[in-house]
Ligand binder design. Structure first.
Ligand code: AMP
Ligand code: MG
Length: 403
């Protein structure tokens, strides 16, 4: 049985970034850049006013009795190439280019208007209320590195450069396959002993959190022949196959035998982690296309499927999508009460995080979906590890913008 670290290292070595594609800027949200992007325009693009007011030479504002004549007006959206000689002022508006010679803007609230002149009630300093060209971003500066994520802020920044399109790594074609005779879809009668399929929608939601929205879904019964044919069909068209259930060694667990029939050998099977031990990873080569399909077999128990998605599938998918950083988002928090792991595998506890304190949410068992639904954080306890109330621990955050 592999440790989490060994399993993750193996996965990240086996999954390669997918192809590049050029998309409209907005469609790149959540994707990862294929290249370093350098600014071609500085920000601000030119010296301009931060306020509605008067452009002056700051020294002229020192004497509150002194009258400064306003000799011109500079609106935003056009550069009149004005100059501001000593002792003169130019009426100016937010975002308008600074006249040559002026080194400050006095806010209109801080002046007294006397005919065509102003009196400065407050002195201004050189540079005050002036946005200098390139102070935020210089031409040639890196805006986004290869492998970094296109966030809303980055999309705004790229738009400021006049970019309409951008090259990112594509998202994988993913299928979610739910296995089990007991699974029913909404609207179907729920006979005794049956349950509604919750893993399928949950995995789709987790994929959507990574920006993977178009997902093929499938179900297969606990039957070897059916499993073989459903797998073969999905493998032919998908980059990634996420399946849940049927990966153990019960008489009704057909994933391993079905993969064997297709000539696919599991590279990972079972990981030393709780919940989530019966996890499987395999790859199916498509030599004619020089591509492969990555197969992730998640445990059927909902919490185990959720945890293994976060620990192993998420980083692998991020690698596929070209992300340079595939690590989860973590922070330090205190724990609300005593926590102990008396098992022989690391245990990921599910909990809430309030005012910097982690508290487990309900039943900590691998089928306990309600308790999971109330959690926004995971806490990893090593075998034998005990934490007392108030102890600090590293918490892995769920439901973050980074998925
Ligand atoms: P299995 O790994 O197939 O033995 O499934 C383990 C447990 O997970 C069983 O209680 C299954 O009913 C449950 N399970 C499997 N697949 C799903 C699913 N898609 N949604 C909800 N529960 C599931
Ligand atoms: Mg099953």
């Amino acid at each position: 049985m592999l440790t989490e670290t060994e399993a993750l290292e193996h996965l990240l070595a086996r999954v390669q970034p997918g192809p590049a594609e050029t998309t409209r800027l907005l469609d790149a949200l959540g994707r990862f850049s294929t290249a370093d992007l350098l600014a071609t325009l500085p920000l601000p693009g030119f010296d301009n006013s931060m306020m509605d007011g008067y452009a002056i030479q700051a020294a002229a504002s020192a004497d509150p009795s002194h009258l400064i004549s306003v000799h011109a007006e500079q609106p935003a959206g056009i550069d009149l190439h004005l100059t501001c000689p000593p002792g003169k002022a130019v009426r100016i508006f937010t975002g308008a280019p600074m006249p040559a010679g002026a080194d400050a803007v006095i806010m209109q609230e801080d002046v007294e208007l006397v005919d065509d002149s102003i009196r400065c009630r407050e002195p201004v300093q050189p540079g005050e209320n002036v946005r200098r060209a390139g102070a935020d971003l210089c031409r040639g500066q890196v805006m986004l590195r290869r492998g970094e994520k296109m966030t809303a802020g980055i999309i705004g920044l790229l738009a400021s450069q006049g970019l309409e399109k951008v090259e990112v790594h594509s998202a994988p074609r993913v299928a979610v396959l739910s296995t089990g005779d007991e699974l029913r879809r909404p609207g179907q009668p729920l006979e005794d002993g049956c349950i509604f399929n919750s893993n399928g929608p949950m995995l789709q939601a987790l994929l959507a959190g990574l920006g993977i929205h178009e997902v093929r879904t499938a179900h297969c019964a606990d039957d070897l022949e059916v499993t073989v044919s459903v797998l073969a069909e999905l493998l032919a068209s998908q980059d990634v196959l996420l399946l849940s259930g049927g990966v153990s060694v019960g008489d009704h667990d057909h994933i391993k035998p079905a993969l064997a029939k297709l000539g696919i050998r599991p590279e990972i099977w079972r990981i030393k982690v709780r919940p989530g031990k019966p996890f499987l990873f395999a790859q199916s080569r498509h030599d004619e296309r020089s591509t492969s399909t990555s197969i992730f077999g998640l445990p059927g128990n909902p919490v185990s499927a959720f945890i293994t998605f976060h620990l192993f599938v998420r980083p692998a998918l991020l690698r596929w999508m070209g992300a340079s950083d595939v690590s989860p988002f973590t922070l330090m928090a205190g724990v609300s009460g005593r926590l102990h792991n008396d098992g022989d595998r690391p245990h990921y506890l599910r909990g809430s995080l309030k005012d910097g304190v982690f508290q487990t949410t309900g039943l900590q068992q691998s089928h306990a979906l309600y308790a999971l639904s109330q959690a926004c954080a995971l806490l990893r306890l090593d075998p034998g590890q005990t934490l007392e109330a108030g102890d600090a621990a590293r918490i892995l955050l769920l439901n973050t913008p980074t998925g």
